[in-house]
Design a protein around this ligand. Structure first.
Ligand code: PHE
Length: 329
């Protein structure tokens, strides 16, 4: 026959074995060892037990009490260790998770091509000068020999700020500012934004030009042609065809427009720039003697250059700034 201790243990063993967490351990402690618990009930039974068996029963109860206490405290330790482990796991850093990717930006296509042009010009001995985007009508028109009747002066073509101030319609006023402030010989370029009331597949209301000006004692239209051909072919490729067409600008004489053949299977020409020999009146306006000094000047559209280089057929893509488009370059 089993002894009393074993019998008592058997009745609670199952309960102790099923414990799964600290809460359950605490509940079990109360239900076995608590004031109204299993063991207290057993102790109460002592008075009904014959006196000669009482001592043995009491001893057995105390053994059970000790055993339950030791089982419970080892369970507590076990669950506390488990809890600590899972907390540590929660806090730990998983070095195998791929890092957050940071998108690296890039220069806008127009900035890229502008920089490329500036480098080519610098290699040919040109230096960069700048002028304001809000310009006086004198620098934008009069000094450039552009009379009152010229269509570029029409309010419909131009953004006026007041009667005498406007958003410059070209970079040519920088020619005047440079010749006023420096002595020839000069070889300068001036990249920057210009503004006109235009908007279609090949015109923008705000776009970029590079102005060029070379002033010296002996400069001919051959120098102009050579310079422009060199730049266009350096940026667009040696295979490009360049066409010089007679044209009219008030501030150059003779004047030309320069077209470049469309790339990749498209036929036709795209006008890229205006140019010419600096008009004697312009030289006089800045105090230079046209019998002593001559020069050439040009103004090149940068978006147009980008269109030719990358085969973009709508100029409005550039300021739209869609990342899908810009990421292609
Ligand atoms: N300023 C002219 C334009 O914007 C271009 C040009 C510049 C023509 C210099 C001749 C000389 O159309």
């Amino acid at each position: 026959m089993k002894n009393i201790r074993d019998m008592l243990m058997d009745s609670i063993k199952e309960k102790l074995e099923k414990l799964e967490n600290l809460e359950e351990v605490e509940k079990a402690r109360i239900s076995i060892l608590g004031k109204k618990g299993f063991l207290k009930e057993q102790f109460k039974k002592m008075k009904d037990i014959p006196p000669q068996e009482r001592a043995e029963f009491g001893k057995a109860l105390n053994l059970v009490k000790e055993e339950v206490e030791s089982i419970l405290s080892s369970k507590i330790e076990e669950f506390k260790a488990l809890q600590a482990k899972s907390k540590a796991l929660e806090r730990s850093v998983d070095l195998t998770i791929p890092g957050a990717k940071r998108a690296v930006g890039r220069l806008h296509l127009i900035t890229q091509i502008l920089q490329e042009c500036v480098e080519v010009f610098e290699r040919m001995g040109f230096e960069v000068v700048e002028g304001p985007e809000i310009e006086n009508t004198y620098y934008n028109f009069e000094a450039l020999n552009t009379p009152e009747w010229h269509p570029a002066r029409d309010l419909h073509d131009t953004f006026y700020i007041d009667e005498n101030k406007l958003l410059r319609t070209h970079t040519s006023p920088v020619q005047i500012r440079t010749m006023e402030s420096r002595k020839p010989p000069l070889r300068v370029i001036s990249p920057g934004r210009v503004y006109r009331k235009d908007y279609d597949a090949s015109h923008l209301p705000a776009f970029f030009q590079i102005e060029g000006l070379a002033i010296d004692r002996e400069i001919s239209i051959a120098d102009l042609k050579g310079t422009l051909e060199n730049v266009i072919k350096s940026v667009l490729g040696e295979d490009k065809k360049v066409r010089f067409r007679p044209h009219y600008f008030p501030f150059t004489e003779p004047s030309v427009e320069v077209d470049v053949s469309f790339p990749q299977g498209k036929s036709g020409w795209l006008e890229l720039l205006g140019a010419g020999m600096v008009h004697p009146n312009v030289l006089r306006n800045v105090g230079l003697n046209p019998d002593e000094w001559q020069g050439f000047a040009f103004g090149m559209g940068i978006e147009r250059l980008a269109m030719l280089k990358y085969g973009v057929d709508d100029i409005r893509e550039f300021p739209r700034n869609s990342l899908n488009f810009l990421k292609l370059f």
